[in-house]
Design a protein around this ligand. Structure first.
Ligand code: SF4
Ligand code: SF4
Length: 351
C-alpha cells in the first residue's frame, strides 16, 4: 500500500496539472447548494463541502442521455438508420467522491455490466473514470453507511482515498488508475507508510465513534420470504404520507430507473434516456393502459423491496442502499429508510 502526502498549498497546482490529462468533476457550490459538476477550466473542487445534494451518479448515467440519432432527410446516406452518437470517453476523474457513493457505483455496476447484458454507455463512461475519494472525518447525523456495507473510510469502488489530515491530505493509492492520476497531478511525495496508516486509522476510529452505534439492522433480510414481506401490513401506513414526489429516488446514488423517449425535430431524430422514478404512476403504465403499480402503496413497497430485498436476493452483495442518508434528509414527509429496513428485518407474519 502506497500513501502519498499532499501539502494543501500544493493542491490547486496538482489539480491544474491533472486537467491536461483528465476532465475533472468535483463538488462545487451552485445557488448555495453543493453539487457534483464538471469543473470549469478555472474551477477547483470544493473539498470543504463534498456532501452534495445529488451524488455524482450522473457522471456515468446522465440525467438525459442521447442513445441514438438518425437523419430523416431522404436524400442523405443512411437516412432513418439509428446510430450511436460520438461521445467523448477520454479520461475523467471524480474528485472528492464520498466512500458510500463509490460503493453505490460498484453496486450499480452489477446491474449495468452483467454477463448477459452490458450497457455500453454506462460501461464506457465507467471505464474512462478514475474515482478519487475523500474520507468522511465528520459524518452527518443521517449517515448510516457503516450499517450498509460501507463506512466513512471505506475503499470499495475507489481508485484512491484522500484523508484530510489538517494541513495535508494523506492519499491511499488503491489501483493503477489512482496511481496514474497522482502521477498526472505531479503528487509524488511518498509518505512514511506505517506512520500515515496509523494516522488514517486514528481518524477512521474517531469518525466511526462519532457515528455511534447505528440501530439499523439487515441481518435477517436474506432469510425473509418475499411473499411474506410483500403482504406485510406496514406498507399501507408507510404509503399514507408519501406524496410520490420522487425526491428520494433522484437523490439516491443507487437508483437507476429510466425511460426512453424518441424525439424528432426537422430532419433530425434522436432517442434519449431520461432518469425516471418508480414512485411515479406513469413509470409502469403500459401502452394498453394497464398499470401494475397504479396504487401508491404498490409503488412505495416496490422502492423498499427493490432496495432491501430483491437486489439482495439477486446479487448477494448486500442491500441496494449504501446508507448515504440523502433520502432521509430530503424526504418532505420524513419517510426514513432506516425505520423501514428495521420493520422489514424484524417482520414475522401472523400465522
Ligand atoms: S421523497 Fe418521501 S414523499 Fe417523496 S416519493 Fe420519496 S418517500 Fe415519497
Ligand atoms: S436509499 Fe436513501 S440512504 Fe440509501 S443509498 Fe439511497 S438515498 Fe442513500
Amino acid at each position: 500500500m502506497k500513501v502519498i502526502q499532499i501539502d494543501k498549498n500544493d493542491w490547486n497546482r496538482g489539480i491544474d496539472a491533472s486537467r491536461k490529462a483528465y476532465h475533472l468533476f468535483g463538488p462545487v457550490t451552485d445557488n448555495n447548494q453543493s453539487m457534483f459538476k464538471q469543473l470549469a477550466p478555472d474551477q477547483y473542487p470544493d473539498m470543504e463541502k463534498p456532501d452534495t445534494i445529488m451524488s455524482p451518479k450522473s457522471v456515468l448515467f446522465p440525467q438525459t442521455e442521447k442513445l441514438l440519432g438518425a437523419t430523416l432527410d431522404p436524400t442523405a446516406e443512411n437516412h432513418h438508420i439509428m446510430e450511436r452518437p460520438e461521445t467523448d470517453y477520454s479520461p475523467r476523474a471524480v474528485i472528492g467522491i464520498r466512500p458510500y457513493d463509490a460503493r453505490a457505483v460498484a453496486l450499480v455496476k452489477l446491474n449495468f455490466d452483467t454477463p448477459e447484458y452490458r450497457d455500453p454507455y454506462w460501461c464506457d463512461a465507467y471505464a474512462a473514470t478514475t474515482f478519487v475519494g475523500l474520507a468522511v472525518n465528520q459524518p452527518s447525523v443521517t449517515d448510516f453507511s457503516t450499517a450498509m456495507g460501507s463506512g466513512p473510510f471505506a475503499e470499495e469502488g475507489l481508485d484512491a482515498l484522500l484523508v484530510d489530515a489538517g494541513d495535508l491530505y494523506l492519499a491511499k493509492v488503491l489501483t493503477p488508475k489512482g496511481e496514474a492520476f497522482f502521477s498526472a497531478a505531479g503528487f509524488d511525495t511518498v509518505a512514511d507508510t506505517d506512520e500515515s496508516l496509523e494516522k488514517i486509522e486514528q481518524l477512521k476510529n474517531k469518525a466511526e465513534t462519532a457515528m455511534g452505534p447505528l440501530a439499523v439492522f439487515t441481518d435477517k433480510l436474506a432469510q425473509k420470504s418475499i411473499l411474506d414481506l410483500h403482504g406485510a401490513p406496514f406498507w399501507e401506513d408507510l404509503a399514507f404520507t408519501c406524496i410520490n414526489c420522487g425526491t428520494c429516488t433522484f437523490v439516491c446514488p443507487t437508483c437507476w430507473c429510466f425511460d426512453i423517449q424518441d424525439e424528432t425535430k426537422g430532419n433530425s431524430a434522436a432517442r434519449f434516456r431520461n432518469w425516471d422514478t418508480c414512485m411515479s404512476p406513469l413509470f409502469t403504465k403500459h401502452g394498453s393502459g394497464h398499470n401494475p403499480r397504479g396504487e401508491k402503496t404498490q409503488r412505495v413497497r416496490q422502492r423498499f423491496m427493490h432496495k432491501l430485498k430483491y437486489f439482495l436476493d439477486k446479487y448477494d452483495s448486500g442491500t441496494m442502499c449504501v446508507g448515504c442518508g440523502r433520502c432521509v434528509e430530503k424526504c418532505p414527509v420524513n419517510i426514513d429508510i432506516r425505520q423501514v429496513c428495521n420493520k422489514m428485518n424484524s417482520y414475522e407474519p401472523q400465522k
